[in-house]
Design a binder for this molecule. Structure first.
Ligand SMILES: [Zn+2]
Length: 303
């Protein structure tokens, strides 16, 4: 059954002010916290007029914004929560300009918030198995004459049918690069489906995949169960969203846009309310650092 939508009205009802958000943040991350002074568990309360929680013994306090993406931000927590809400509910992404208006912050702040919230959307999807479609696409850059691919960024993607998608920026579409991309994303011995690009043939042999191809250059898009329509669908949705919402994406920021779209695709069946609290459960810097480490390892290997 389709979950009821988590509406803007419902959001404002549940999170009317900073205090409510602060309590929510505390409860999400410290609810059963044991006090290091008196050893009692869960005896903290919000100290009136401040943003910290104090144990009943008075000997220890916790500021729930510490160690999260909200740390050091002067922006009201309720505005942060609303921005997370908007970004979690959107189907096609939220432009910083939109966020600026809706949340009531400056453009610069909206842009920064967006960047931080995108970090919550980064994740390692693990190895894909079964029927997996792999492909590369060219994104961004200025529109030039047809076939001119300068100034564009190449993105590799693999999608498990009825499963998750995994993407990454790659420096080229040569065999070694694709081998590493497939190896990091697809379990050995899967049913790999690609277009006719010859590099995939070698990759499939080395990785022990059952490989089948469609010959796009000969206008062959499907034979039997073999096609790459799932990943092509993901690419066109991504490009439509970039055109419609963000207009231009520089290569430098493409990676964070990619994680946002990947997240939307991979969590498409999750209910709105759950998605919102899921993102809020990741605001701790531990999550952010962990995903950045994964990203760094991967880009090192891809370079
Ligand atoms: Zn205590």
């Amino acid at each position: 059954m389709k979950q009821p939508r988590f509406t803007v009205q419902e959001f404002h009802r549940q999170f009317p002010d900073n205090e409510t958000c602060l309590k929510h943040l505390f409860e999400t991350h410290h609810v059963h916290k044991q006090c290091p002074k008196c050893a009692e568990k869960g005896k903290y309360h919000l100290q009136f007029g401040t943003s910290h929680f104090v144990c009943q013994c008075g000997g220890h306090q916790i500021s729930p914004k510490n160690g999260t993406i909200f740390h050091k931000s002067d922006t009201d927590l309720v505005k942060w929560y609303f921005a997370v809400f908007l970004m979690s509910q959107s189907r096609n992404g939220v432009a910083a300009k939109e966020l600026e208006r809706a949340v009531g912050v400056t453009y610069k702040t909206a842009w920064r918030m967006q960047k931080q919230i995108r970090l919550l959307m980064q994740e390692d999807v693990g190895l894909l198995t079964g029927e997996v479609e792999a492909d590369e696409t060219w994104i961004g850059g200025k529109r030039k004459r047809q076939g001119y691919r300068d100034n564009k960024t190449i993105v590799f993607g693999a999608v498990q049918r009825k499963g998750k998608v995994s993407t990454r920026i790659i420096p080229n579409s040569q065999e070694q690069t694709l081998l590493e991309s497939v190896r990091d994303n697809v379990a050995r011995g899967s049913n790999l489906m690609t277009d006719e690009w010859k590099a995939y043939k070698t990759v499939a042999i080395l990785e022990d995949h059952n490989h089948s191809t469609v010959t796009h250059s000969k206008n062959q898009w499907r034979h039997g169960n073999t096609h790459t329509n799932t990943i092509e669908g993901f690419w066109s949705q991504l490009k439509r969203s970039i055109d419609g919402t963000y207009h231009v994406v520089s290569p430098k920021y493409l990676s964070s846009y990619l994680s946002e779209f990947q997240f939307r695709y991979n969590h498409g069946r999750t209910s709105d309310e759950h998605l919102f609290s899921f993102l809020l459960s990741r605001v701790g810097l531990q999550h952010v650092v962990a995903v950045q480490r994964i990203g760094a390892c991967r880009s090192l290997r891809a370079a």
